[in-house]
Design a protein around this ligand. Structure first.
Ligand SMILES: Cc1ncc(COP(=O)(O)O)c(C=O)c1O
Length: 475
């Protein structure tokens, strides 16, 4: 390939029809990327293509969102170039007086927004934040409890293949037949196993977390109670979900989901936590650095500061309320179309479709067919899934990103109708449990995805809905 020529994009398993490809794209935000366009055509082309994918598709993955232009500006700032190992006033490198002001300001914003006395804004992401909490509060081999990954928990809450279950004794709890946390099981296990720490929170939990019940149970054995609010921190900040702060000792959260900031994480300690363990802030600080990480990503911290300021505005509270309202409207419309939802509905930003009534393992069919029409969701296990985690029977859907774009109830009904039409079209497609049969069934299914004009029509409809709601970072 000639130097400077953009490479062809990776070929997906289907090709969009020429009619759609030739439609002029929404104008792109080239401001931030203008120089890249001149100096690195290959990366520029990928930036442009990803922007187009996001603009012309619907992000319904509950852990994703669209950040503001201002968050993106701070992320791509010169703070990216600075090393600042340590904490404000205690750095290992020179030239950090401005970094100190930045990190202190962002800590203060986090403390004010969530109503806590301590915040560490340095974790690189949610997984290291959770790992740091375990390292700070437990001795190797100590028992801890978390929601089973297959029932909606996160890998770092003690999944068998995760380091957290190799270094400590992980005791998973579950949801009950109604898709709610099985508090009777949590209580019985807590009394029997005497965990040192209990996680509450999850990654595919459509219902409010019963923080006060967890608190009562954890207190019976003196366990630390830590809320992982990664998914719901934006809803909590915006007043659309109960805050765990008065019930738990510490909180972890990613910053890029409903909170709508850059990819990163925070660890917060509460009054209750510091009362239980006055050394809690120092333990967490020391575990992040020198215990686990090196230099903080100051550009991410700057962008987090921007996001935290945005999250303290009335407009953000309106967004948070609308996220939940949209999720409920979408849930109701899908139930009306005949879909089954784990727990029957949602209290937050996400819904989990249980596709087992049509056969097991069908999450992959919906995931790929919806992707074909520009709707991005993710296949997910449902509690007690009869199929394997790689071919699960559920689909996880969330409303944060489409709400950020400005969509409301009418659009949710529209989206539900796209999903229902795809569901109807897939009615007679199944995923055989036998591996060899499954392979050929999937190959045939993907062939149909590429050639069936049904998908072209829906792709065009999805695209025209998207054109009405540009993503904010590129508007
Ligand atoms: C509840 C929860 N905790 C932690 C994480 C980990 O975050 P990250 O992917 O940033 O490591 C996630 C990510 O999806 C999550 O859902």
């Amino acid at each position: 390939m000639a130097h400077g020529q953009p490479p062809p994009l990776p070929t997906p398993y289907f090709q969009l029809p020429a009619s759609i490809l030739s439609t002029p794209p929404i104008p792109f935000c080239t401001l931030l990327r203008m120089s890249i366009k001149q100096t690195d055509a290959e990366i520029f082309e990928l930036l442009r293509a990803e922007e187009q994918r996001q603009q012309e598709g619907l992000t319904l993955i509950p852990s994703e969102n669209h950040t503001s232009r201002e968050v993106l500006e701070a992320l791509s700032s010169v703070f990216s170039d600075k090393y600042a190992e340590g904490y404000p006033g205690r750095r290992y490198y020179a030239g950090n007086d401005i970094a100190d002001r930045l990190e202190s300001l962002v800590q203060e914003r986090a403390k004010a927004l969530f109503g806590v006395p301590y915040a560490n804004v340095q974790p690189y992401s949610g997984s290291p934040a959770n790992f740091a909490v375990l390292l700070a509060l437990l001795e190797p081999g100590d028992p801890f409890m978390g929601l089973d990954l297959l029932h909606g928990g996160h890998l770092t809450h003690g999944w068998k293949a995760n380091a957290t279950s190799r270094l400590w004794k992980s005791i998973p709890y579950h949801v009950d037949a109604n898709g709610r946390i099985d508090l009777a099981e949590v209580e019985a296990m807590t009394l029997a196993e005497k965990p040192k720490l209990i996680w509450c929170g999850g990654t595919a939990l459509p219902r409010a977390i019963p923080f006060s019940d967890f608190s009562r149970i954890a207190d019976t054995v003196g366990a630390y109670l830590v809320a992982d609010i990664s998914h719901i921190s934006g809803l909590i900040a915006g007043g659309a979900h109960e805050s765990p702060v008065s019930h738990v000792h510490a909180v972890t959260t990613t910053t890029h989901k409903t909170l709508r900031g850059p990819r990163g994480a925070m660890i917060l300690a509460t009054e209750k936590g510091i009362k239980k363990d006055p050394e809690l802030p120092q333990k967490i600080d020391k575990t992040i650095i020198p215990g686990l990480q090196g230099g903080p990503h100051l550009n991410t911290i700057a962008a987090l500061g921007v996001a935290l300021k945005e999250a303290s505005t009335p407009a953000f509270a309106e967004y948070a309320a609308r996220v939940v309202e949209n999720a409920r409207t979408l849930a109701d419309a899908l139930v009306e179309s005949g879909f089954t939802l784990v727990s029957g509905g949602t209290d937050n930003h996400l819904l989990l479709l249980d596709l087992t009534p049509g056969g097991s393992g069908r999450g992959v069919l919906f995931h790929e067919a919806l992707e074909r029409i520009g709707i991005y969701t993710n296949k997910n296990t449902v509690p007690n899934d009869p199929s394997s985690p790689f071919y699960p029977s559920g689909l996880r859907i969330g409303t944060p990103a489409v709400t950020t774009r400005g969509m409301s109830a009418t659009d949710m009904k529209h989206i539900a109708s796209f999903i229902a039409q795809v569901g109807e079209h897939l009615k007679n497609v199944s995923i055989p449990p036998d591996a060899a049969e499954r392979k050929s069934a999937l190959a045939a299914f993907r062939e149909t995805l590429a050639t069936d004009p049904f998908y072209d029509t829906l792709r065009a409809d999805v695209r025209s809905l998207c054109l009405r709601y540009p993503i904010p970072g590129a508007a």
